[in-house]
Design a protein around this ligand. Structure first.
Ligand SMILES: *Cc1c(COP(=O)(O)O)cnc(C)c1O
Length: 424
């Protein structure tokens, strides 16, 4: 820890929240250098939906490496890539009657968003992109231009004015229909809004405070995009790959976005991999027009292919639904039991949280939870939401234990007389 404090840039963040040195991890458990065990309700910010070091993915990866499988190949053809493309098509796209071309941008989420924005501009010949309040799409300039957070936007240091923010579902209260509001801007030639290339949206604002859009809102957003000739981009980087209970977070809404961004848990193993799904007619790229050294990394293809096999049967989706119900019940009970918190349960599936009226409380809950060996983070513009992101594969007992620790931590923050437990 000392060497990190001395040598790593001030920009470091998560190691400040959990100031211990981690050594190894398995499933939902992390271990530190002193041998302490932690329950992981953070799951790599959604990059570890299948937990740490999944044994089957690890075996496939090690076998691939021991056979001298290709590791780096830019975007040359490899067996690992062919197998991934086939598996994604057969297991994910075809059963959902979806047809998309697949593009591998650089390996991170923000790389996928940049590629999506660039393509939407090329297809439409327009420059502006509509995004939503409290959106988070990544930290590079294009992604920041469509993100809400003022501090992060300011970090850009240059004008990033091509994004146009509009109110997300519920932003203006229950009585204002934000699709109608947006429609008015797009319809009225006096509104001052130029026709945009695209609208980019998250179905659940995982970083921005865990508000979830309703299925009706998402359907009407798609209809509005079609009516105005605007491309619809869904950033499913955190909410996708099963987090909300289905592989894509928009399946319940029955929509088919023009472009979909995936990353975080796509490789299943925590290896960097990003994917942009493009409606075939929109695939107007020229060869090499968007490029990069690490596009489609073979070890990530190998583990991703294994991760996709978990979606061949409905079993995983059923388990997520059951666990999501457990979390929901527990959070609702906490909100009711401690009315002084004025807590609101937010999110969908296994990305849920408690939004607390007083923004000082959630960070204290995170600290109190860490003292009780539970790793969890906060979300929202003021960090006011206690965010739960357990691995989808967590066993039900560990899930219950984590929920108990959250309640103890809440109590500890509300009443400092309750002593911390020695270990989880
Ligand atoms: C994490 C995230 C990104 C950015 O991904 P990086 O890999 O950090 O660049 C973009 N959109 C959403 C919704 C995310 O959660």
């Amino acid at each position: 820890m000392q060497v990190i404090n001395e040598l790593e840039s001030e920009v470091r963040s998560y190691c400040r929240c959990w100031p211990v040195t981690f050594t190894r991890a398995s499933g939902h458990t992390l271990y530190d250098s002193k041998g302490n065990e932690y329950l992981d309700f953070f799951a790599g910010a959604g990059a570890l939906n299948y937990g740490h070091n999944d044994p089957e993915m690890k075996r496939k990866l090690v076998e691939y490496l021991m056979e001298d499988g290709i590791v780096h190949s830019l975007d040359m053809a490899t067996v690992a890539k062919e197998t991934f493309l086939n598996t994604f098509n057969e297991v994910i796209l075809k059963p959902r009657q979806m047809s998309y071309k697949m593009m591998f941008p650089g390996p991170t989420g923000t790389n996928a968003v940049e590629a999506a924005l660039k393509l939407a501009r090329k297809v439409t010949g327009r420059g502006r992109v509509i995004s939503f309040t409290n959106a988070f799409h990544g930290m590079t300039l294009g992604s920041l231009s469509v993100s809400g957070n003022a501090t992060k936007r300011k970090g850009a240091g240059v004008m990033i004015g091509s994004g146009v923010p509009m109110p997300y579902d519920g932003y203006l209260g229950d009585k204002v229909d934000t699709i109608e509001y947006l429609d008015r801007f797009l319809t009225d030639s006096g509104s001052g809004m130029d026709a945009p290339a695209a609208i980019i949206t998250e179905t659940v604002q995982a970083e921005g405070g865990l508000r979830a859009a309703s299925t009706g809102w998402l359907q009407r957003l798609q209809e509005l995009c079609h009516r105005h000739g605007i491309l619809h981009i869904v950033d499913d980087i955190q909410a996708g790959c099963g987090r909300t209970g289905t592989f894509f977070s928009f399946e319940d809404a029955g929509i088919k976005p023009d472009i979909v961004c995936l990353s975080k848990s796509l490789s299943g193993f925590g290896l960097p991999l990003a994917l942009v799904l493009i409606r075939p007619e929109l695939d107007v790229w020229n060869p090499g027009e968007h490029n990069g050294t690490f596009r489609g990394h073979n070890p990530a293809f190998v583990t991703a292919t294994e991760a996709l096999r978990r979606w061949e049967t409905p079993e995983l989706a059923g388990q997520i639904e059951a666990k999501a119900a457990t979390v929901d019940t527990a959070l609702r009970a906490m909100a009711n039991e401690y009315p002084e918190l004025k807590a609101q349960v937010r999110g969908r599936g296994l990305v849920k949280g408690l939004a607390l009226r007083n923004p000082k409380i959630a960070p204290k809950v995170r600290e109190a939870a860490f003292e009780r060996n539970l790793i969890l983070e906060t979300s929202g513009p003021r960090g006011e939401v206690v965010k739960l992101l357990p691995p989808l594969t967590i066993d039900p007992d560990a899930l219950e234990r984590g929920l108990e620790i959250i309640e103890e931590s809440l109590l500890a923050v509300l009443d400092s007389r309750v002593p911390a437990r020695a270990s989880a």
